[in-house]
Write a protein that binds this ligand. Structure first.
Ligand code: HEC
Ligand code: HEC
Length: 473
């Protein structure tokens, strides 16, 4: 939470796309088959709010836009432990954390997007930020030109029980604003050697309001609509859901979270260590020593909360009075989808092949939102290229993690909107090459096997057209 705002990391527009490592690289092995042209150059096609949020009244519309602008600043706010370090005015970082602002991880091609091309956790030496002492070698997990990764432990080393929760990379120990804190870093190299770690990369937030405002009944009808074709190709698909409400969860790599508010609250807790009104406890290890817990806690419960009073002023804007997580959820809701540039003959041909080979049976090209609180977002047909269902993807992608009803090899169909300007692919960011991302769909028990066979049987020009189409999204 904060009153004052904040130095912003220079993450917004990073121009140069990466060379396309591993595919047709000079000196590398020659590759037959399609080539990924790499991240699409030119202007970022994402990162703004909608032209209109409320088409019923100009004053309502400008009130929503003002909230969006203020919420975006919170998304970029940098947190420190107590909010006393210049440029890091948010309060509540730690005791363990992965990064100190939402925009650190969600930054490419613009604020709200996914992992940037250069890993800020390495480039800015997060391990030692503000005097922190984080001695553990993270080189097996993070690299300068690799994706930002969030780490989960498959089993808890202390108990041997299934875990799956986020294991934070850094601690506040040694920081100038955390005197006496002793919470220690997890022994990541040991857990890596024990094959006990599973990685995830950030997903972009563009267009997620439309996803949130799509009724469960719409999602179910969309899935039911392709049932005969899916069965013919061996494709299943089911929705993950919330065990208390039976409503469809749709956010995250395993579609584990119901709403943007839930994601914001959870991310604030697990990525930054900021306790809030959804996750009000500081996070410690299951066997953490009580003394460590006491000396590593610097603020009371709910470090981020509704501002019932705004300091001495009793009123403020709706954004000022709302908690950060309300603002962060609203930012995701009001952030427009990435704009595709599909226009060339080969891109258009590729879009037809995408459907012909069967990619669209999971990567649904169109869905329609329901009645939304922002009137202009109601009944909008949008193009996420996802059914928001989970599918078995085989042992090559399986990650050992259970979430809701999703088992280790089940993942949400990754939405492909904006894929043209995405630097890393698949849940663990294992490749920058979109062709490799497609080939990784194959494996024993993967529901995508027949479709990938269809893709591989296309003539070379057809395969290339399909890739060109994906990079136009
Ligand atoms: C250390 C990097 C990191 C930080 C910081 C971070 N995120 Fe994320 N974000 C991720 C990762 C990794 C995922 C995928 C998580 C998963 O599926 O388990 C993700 C996914 C999301 C999603 C789901 C998008 C979708 O496609 O369903 C939302 C929403 C989100 N983050 C919001 C936030 C907000 C709000 C903040 C700030 C409080 C934040 N994130 C901070 C790494 C980060
Ligand atoms: C059975 C459902 C299914 C089919 C069929 C399918 N996909 Fe996917 N796709 C997925 C899932 C699930 C993921 C996420 C897997 C992961 O990250 O572990 C994914 C991920 C991707 C990604 C990576 C996106 C990202 O953001 O990381 C691309 C690109 C992709 N698919 C393209 C295709 C293309 C092209 C086809 C057709 C040739 C296709 N897919 C067919 C389910 C499917």
């Amino acid at each position: 939470m904060t009153g004052v705002l904040v130095s912003i990391l220079a993450v917004a527009s990073q121009g140069v796309p990466p060379s396309n490592a591993g595919n047709g690289r000079p000196g590398g092995p020659p590759r037959n088959g399609p080539q990924d042209p790499g991240v699409r150059g030119g202007a970022a096609g994402a990162g703004n709010t909608y032209p209109v949020l409320d088409n019923t009244s100009a004053s309502q519309d400008s009130a929503y836009k003002a909230f969006y602008a203020a919420a975006k600043i919170r998304f970029q706010e940098v947190d420190s432990v107590s909010g006393t370090i210049p440029g890091e005015m948010g309060v509540g970082l730690g005791p363990r954390f992965n990064a100190n602002s939402c925009a650190q991880c969600h930054s490419y091609p613009t604020v709200g997007g996914a992992s940037p091309l250069t890993n800020p956790l390495v480039a800015s030496d997060f391990a030692h930020l503000d005097g922190a002492a984080n001695p553990v070698d993270l080189s097996g997990i993070l690299s300068l030109k690799g994706p930002i990764r969030e780490v989960r432990q498959i089993t808890d080393p202390a108990t041997g029980q299934l875990d799956g929760s986020v294991a934070d990379l850094f601690t506040i120990q040694g920081r100038s604003d955390a005197p006496g804190a002793t919470a220690a870093q997890i022994n990541f190299p040991l857990q890596l050697a024990n094959h006990n770690l599973s990685f995830r990369i950030p997903t972009p937030l563009y267009g997620l309001g439309l996803v949130e405002f799509t009724a469960d009944s719409m999602l179910r009808a969309n899935l039911a609509g392709t049932a005969p074709q899916r069965t013919a190709l061996g494709i299943g698909g089911r929705f993950n859901y919330n065990g208390n409400t039976q409503t469809i969860t749709r956010f995250g790599w395993k579609a584990q979270n119901q709403s943007l508010m839930m994601f914001a609250g959870e991310a604030y807790s697990v990525e930054q260590g900021v306790s809030n009104e959804l996750f009000n406890e500081e996070r410690f290890l299951i066997n953490e020593d009580p003394t460590v817990m006491a000396n590593s806690t610097f603020n009371g419960a709910c470090e981020d909360r509704t501002n019932i009073t705004n300091g001495d002023a009793i009123t403020g804007t709706s954004s000022d009075m709302s908690s950060d997580i309300v603002n962060l959820a609203a930012f995701g809701r009001m952030l427009a989808p990435a704009a595709p540039t599909t226009s060339t003959v080969s891109q258009i041909a590729g879009s037809h092949l995408f459907s012909q080979v069967g990619c669209q049976l999971c990567h649904s090209p169109s869905l329609t939102s329901s009645k939304a609180p922002f009137p202009a977002l109601s009944s909008v047909t949008y193009h996420p290229y996802s059914d928001f269902a989970i599918h078995h993807m085989g042992p090559g992608l399986a990650d050992g993690i259970y979430q809701g009803i999703a088992g280790p090899d089940e993942f949400r169909t990754a939405p492909l909107w904006g894929a043209g300007q995405r630097a890393f692919f698949l849940h663990d960011g294992r490749t920058k090459d979109i062709v490799q991302a497609i080939q990784a769909h194959q494996g024993i028990g993967s529901e995508a096997n027949a479709v990938i066979r269809n893709f591989n049987q296309l003539p070379p020009r057809g395969q290339q057209n399909l890739i060109e189409f994906l990079r136009s999204l």
